[in-house]
Design a binder for this molecule. Structure first.
Ligand code: NDP
Length: 254
């Protein structure tokens, strides 16, 4: 039986667009109060208004989570602002800036490592004491940490080496943490999307964008809500069920 999230508090990073915004909507629809974390405050405020007008509780938290102190502060503000607890965290914020390794602009590598790895680690570190407390004390008696990786976190490809490295890292960290906290009923899950229509590809250099357009010509991409529904499925399972890893591809993506 699915368990709705009424009375729980969720935090979603990267909630200002794409998969994160869709996930915030999906978790709010399941009854969670949702903390929306990202840098674009206007987008977060608009989403918070939308969720509130649909009857949910939402809190916009502007934060650059590549900054360790700001990541911790974002978690603190979510807990303080939404009733002193945290049951679900979705580490979704990320960047993909692909291209050949040889002669790559190092600034792109730094940005990917900063958000895909460090941001996820900082938010996890700050959130875990609250997730463990929720699993011990709150009526649901479990909590969820969902990390968004990618197919690129399982299969390396030419032209995506550093993005691959960051997302493989997400899997390694998640599996180690899963073993550490699972007996305390914090479920750690990894979701690996295939190509999904969001703003992600648009941040890349034009030559990289053109390469992907050729690569995925004729493939109907996923919608952000397809991934959001997968996340909602994971976090609404009965306490005894931990869905540890899911890959979701567009049907036409080889
Ligand atoms: P978007 O570019 O639409 O979303 C990325 C989100 O990350 C934005 O909300 C952005 O918000 C946030 N973000 C980026 N940097 C920071 C930062 N320093 N601090 C806080 N938030 C930040 O792309 P997607 O929705 O596609 O990406 C979500 C996740 O899905 C990523 O981890 C991505 O790697 C993964 N993914 C996506 C796939 C796809 O095809 N779209 C495929 C596989 C995985 P803001 O700029 O406001 O800070």
């Amino acid at each position: 039986m699915p368990q709705r999230l009424d009375g729980t508090v969720a935090l979603v990073t990267g909630a200002s667009s794409g998969i994160g915004a869709a996930t915030a909507r999906a978790l709010a629809a399941e009854g969670a109060a949702v903390a929306l974390v990202a840098r674009r405050a206007d987008r977060l405020a608009a989403l918070a208004r939308e969720l509130e007008s649909a009857g949910a509780e939402a809190l916009a938290i502007e934060a650059d989570i590549t900054d360790r102190a700001r990541a911790a502060d974002a978690v603190r503000r979510a807990v303080d602002g939404l009733g002193g607890r945290l049951d679900v965290v979705v580490n979704n914020a990320g960047a993909m800036l692909n291209g050949p390794i040889v002669d790559a602009p190092l600034e792109e590598w730094d940005r990917m490592v900063a958000i895909n790895v460090n941001g996820l680690l900082y938010v996890s570190h700050a959130a875990l004491p609250h997730l463990l407390a929720a699993a011990e004390r709150e009526p649901r008696r479990c909590a969820d940490l969902v990390n968004i990786s990618s197919i690129a976190g399982r299969f390396a490809n030419r032209g995506a080496g550093v993005y691959n490295a960051t997302k493989f890292g997400v899997h390694a960290f998640s599996e180690s943490l899963r073993q550490e906290v699972t007996r305390r009923h914090v479920r750690v899950s990894v979701v690996g999307p295939g190509v999904t229509t969001t703003e992600l590809f648009g941040h890349q250099r034009p030559e990289t964008q053109e390469r992907y357009e050729r690569m995925f010509a004729g493939v109907e991409p996923l919608e952000a809500d397809d991934i959001a529904q997968t996340i909602a499925y994971i976090v609404t399972r009965d306490r005894r069920v931990a869905v540890n890893e899911v890959i979701v591809r567009p049907t036409e993506q080889a």
